[in-house]
Ligand binder design. Structure first.
Ligand code: HT7
Ligand code: ZN
Length: 853
């Protein structure tokens, strides 16, 4: 298969200003007729090339006359054309019921829906399926009325009617030119939670959240989040919605979280449906964030789209940055930042340090679906955040306005965005652009000397080599820095923004009488790793005194990390500094419980492993369990007090205060269990039984599944029976077991893969068991290699159904360079087995072969 290179971009030879589509919908055989008005773009006599994937034309006509001088080349329909403007009509037949890849037009839960990003439209009809071909769409669809009473597409409804044969039809028109990846239609038996939103210029928008009738009571949170997002984008970015209709449809089978199709978002139902009995606080937060994300794409993605897929982070990085800002404004900004950084470190940092590392603007790809990565999304968002930090809020807003005004209605590039930041912000970002082209997480070493009233900070940066990029230039790293007096605990001067842009730099602070302690990368102002010479005492000091909540959290994490590494490497460690710092944090009445809950959580086993050149999963697990146990026992009274103080008989409320109480309470329960207390399982089971909400029920279940009490099986059975009709909650049942720390987790997971409720055909279910197991560091990396074999078997089976989902689950196998030779050989062998599998998709082939390279 052909590798695509960013440098090979050429403008399209033909444009398609207008397209009309006519669907005769049927799950077994849908007929699609397409009428394309095409115009030559520039000079030359290139034939018209229309992308197709698995399509065979039933007919082709040019300017109303059937032609037969067309040919199929690599799936493309090639039509010789003599003039500069023509009308091309094609007809194809497709089978949504057979579409297990969930790309193009497919069936989910008896309804028909589409997913076209990135290259799914070519599975529906022949078209120049590239994001820089913008067309207005007119869509007509006909379907059986009893089976598909609701017919939706992009834009505004134009007309509808009934036919004599039991079918009905609807026509939709989207006046905004859009790329094919934003096309959508839905035909189904759906109910609507309807609302309205009046834009700041006074236009009333009809909002609809479409779901199965029985799920209607679970849609209020999503509808509320949508309205809140619309108001937020007007207030914070000055962006108003532009159509009269905004519909969201929830489907159960979906490869991703959601899709921002113009005026018709299609969502994975897990990011729409919520009620206290079935959704956790985490789910509620995620629903609001994803609803906001997709809505914000209307400007950052739809009104301004990407010129080519190498520019994907233009829309995704910016939109993640926007949704992070939205979520921060809904509750605790500090906790949101901590969660985002934890997510970045859990997925993007390992990606950047492994065989699949790539720049935020990649140079090449085999399969674009493999590039919907944490680097494109989350590191991309960090790049925008750094530019916002460098510009400051007002100039950043001016620069965003410039970008939206200048590129509205076009397909733009990352370079266009940075140029607007430069022009609108009045700054030079020449060197900053390296963030788009250089992969790898920069490492900054920081050492602070103090001598005779002068503090000298020495900073050095290093960007590690990554595949295809052995030598790196120094980058611009915006580091928010402040010094604190070690005796007084007071800040020694204001915070400074240091733009580190050399390999080595020295910064001098004069008039520093007291020994200073360094607070650096406050708010995680740059997505880098800091290595400093701060002692355990310095870190403990910052954990108590730093006035930046993120830096306070970070100091605590570093202290914990150093202790865990010592424990893993040396077999034992002194836990006192961590225990004292945790005790002080628990005792500080000024702190928000939600923040405390984050601050007292130990770094994950995987994050500890990421700091070591060779990961010893057993040693890390033992060191972490030892520290958890010690914290649990030494602070036993505090955990119980916190547990009781944050218990309440009040009914579930999704408020910041109630969420914070549930969070700290469940963290306390975890420590009580870790202490080995004899009543821990009873406590957890009591919570499990009495809970009126999924946050507490799942929190209790997660504690129980790690143990061996009889109550474990009882709770799992109760949970399964209670929710056997609810797919999203059953996913939690599978996932919780796959994440268990027990020795027999692999055997349990293998048995669950044979469970009647398990299927690889549903991506949520596959991810909940297979995906969760593969990130369970100890269980997956069992010394006998059985975890690797299990994952490879599952991926090979899944690849036959859904290559995209299979490819997304492969990366844990590619981490073999970080493990001992015996494990590394076992992992490599499984990767080689995958690559050698006949009929492998290019999705899985690309991930596996790059992992081996
Ligand atoms: N822009 C959307 C990406 C997406 C996607 C990509 C590949 C395969 C299936 C997909 N479904 C949605 C989601 C987003 O970032 O908003
Ligand atoms: Zn997105």
């Amino acid at each position: 298969p052909a590798i695509k290179h960013r440098q090979d971009y050429r403008p399209p030879a033909w444009l398609v200003p207008n397209v009309a589509l006519d669907f005769a919908l049927d799950p077994a055989a849908t007929r699609v007729r397409a009428r394309l008005e095409v115009t030559r773009n520039g000079e030359g006599d290139a034939p018209l090339r229309l992308d197709g994937d698995g399509l065979t034309p039933l007919s082709v006509s040019v300017d109303g006359l059937a032609v037969n001088d067309w040919r199929i080349e690599d799936g493309q329909l090639v039509v010789p054309l003599t003039g500069d403007a023509h009308v091309i009509e094609t007809e194809v037949a497709i089978a949504p019921d057979q579409n297990t890849q969930l790309m193009g037009l497919y069936s989910s839960g008896g309804n028909l829906c589409t997913q076209c990003e990135a290259e799914g439209f070519r599975r529906i009809t022949f078209f120049p399926d590239r994001p820089d071909v913008l067309a207005t769409y007119r869509v007509r669809m006909t379907a059986d009325k009893a089976r598909y009473p609701v017919l939706l597409a992009n834009g505004d409804p134009v007309a509808r009617g009934d036919n004599d044969d039991g079918t009905h039809w609807a026509e939709w028109h989207d006046p905004f030119p859009k790329p094919s990846y934003l096309f959508a239609l839905v035909a189904g038996d759906l109910a609507c939670n309807a609302g309205t939103f009046t834009t700041r210029s006074g236009r009333e928008v009809q909002l609809g959240i479409w779901v199965r009738e029985g799920d209607l009571p679970k849609t209020d949170h999503a509808l509320h989040a949508l309205k809140t997002s619309m108001a937020w984008d007007e207030r914070v970015y000055g962006r108003e919605y532009d159509l009269d209709v905004f519909n969201i449809v929830a489907v159960d089978d979906f490869n991703f979280g959601a899709m921002e199709n113009k005026g018709l978002n299609i969502f994975n139902s897990r990011y729409i449906l919520a009620d206290p009995d079935t959704a956790t606080d985490y789910d509620y937060d995620a629903i609001a964030a994803v609803v906001a994300h997709e809505y914000f794409h209307n400007w950052s993605g739809n009104r301004i789209t990407c010129r080519d897929w190498f520019q994907l982070s233009l829309k995704e990085g910016f939109t993640v940055f926007r949704d992070q800002g939205f979520s921060a404004d809904q509750g605790s900004a500090a906790v949101k930042r901590i969660e985002d950084v934890r997510g970045l470190r859990a997925s993007q940092f390992p990606e950047d340090a492994g065989p699949l590392a790539h720049p935020v603007r990649p140079e090449s790809y085999l399969e674009i679906s493999n590039f919907y990565t944490s680097t494109i999304y989350n590191k991309g968002a960090e790049l925008i955040r750094m530019m916002a930090t460098i510009l400051g809020p007002e100039r950043f807003r001016t620069a965003c306005d410039l970008y939206f005004d200048r590129f509205d209605g076009t397909a733009a590039t990352c370079e266009n965005f940075v140029a607007c930041m430069e022009e609108g912000g009045g700054v030079d970002l020449a060197q900053f652009r390296l963030w788009y082209s250089q992969a790898g997480t920069p490492r900054v070493s920081a050492s602070l000397d103090h001598d005779g009233g002068r503090a000298t900070l020495r900073l050095a940066q290093q960007v590690p080599p990554t595949p295809g990029q052995s030598a790196k230039e120094p980058m611009v790293l915006p580091l928010r820095i402040r010094l604190f007096g070690a005796e007084t605990g007071q800040p020694l001067g204001p915070e400074q923004l240091v733009l580190l842009n050399e390999t080595i730099e020295t910064i001098v602070f004069d008039g520093i009488a007291e020994r200073p302690v360094l607070s650096i990368n406050r708010g995680f102002s740059a997505p880098v790793t800091i290595e400093s010479d701060r002692t355990a005492a310095d870190l403990a000091f910052l954990a108590r005194h730093d006035d930046d909540p993120f830096a306070r959290y970070e100091a605590m994490q570093q202290l914990m990390l150093d202790t865990l590494i010592a424990g893993a490497v040396e077999g034992e460690a002194d836990h006192r500094a961590v225990i004292d710092a945790v005790a002080d944090t628990l005792d500080d009445p000024a702190l928000d419980p939600a923040f405390v809950a984050e601050a007292v959580l130990l770094p994950s086993e995987s994050f500890v492993g990421d700091q070591l050149s060779i990961v010893d999963p057993e040693a890390i697990y033992r060191a972490r369990e030892a520290l958890r146990g010690d914290l649990g026992r030494t602070l036993a009274d505090r955990w119980r007090t916190i547990y009781e103080a944050n218990s309440s008989d009040a009914p579930y409320a999704y408020t910041p205060a109630a969420k914070g109480a549930r969070r700290i309470r469940n963290v306390a329960l975890g420590y009580i269990a870790a202490s080995g207390a004899s009543d821990a399982a009873e406590m957890a089971f009591r919570q499990f039984e009495r809970a009126d909400n999924m946050t507490d029920r799942q929190g209790a279940l997660s504690t129980l599944v790690n143990g061996d009490s009889d109550l474990r099986e009882a709770a799992l059975d109760i949970f399964y029976n209670r929710y056997s009709g609810n797919a999203l909650v059953l996913d939690k049942w599978f996932q919780t077991q796959a994440l268990s720390t027990r020795d027999d987790t692999l055997e349990a997971v293998a048995a669950l893969a044979e469970h009647p409720s398990f299927t690889l055909a549903n991506p949520n279910r596959a991810r909940s068991l297979i995906g969760a197991f593969a990130v369970n560091q100890r269980a997956f990396n069992r010394a006998d290699g059985a975890g690797y074999r299990f994952l490879a078997d599952q991926l090979i089976a899944l690849d036959r159904l859904n290559p995209q989902t299979a490819a997304k689950l492969l990366p844990p196998l590619g981490r073999f360079r970080r493990f001992d030779p015996a494990r590394a050989a076992l992992m490599r062998a499984e990767l080689e087995r995958i690559v050698a599998t006949p009929g492998l998709s290019k999705d899985l082939f690309e991930q596996a072969s790059k992992s081996l390279a």
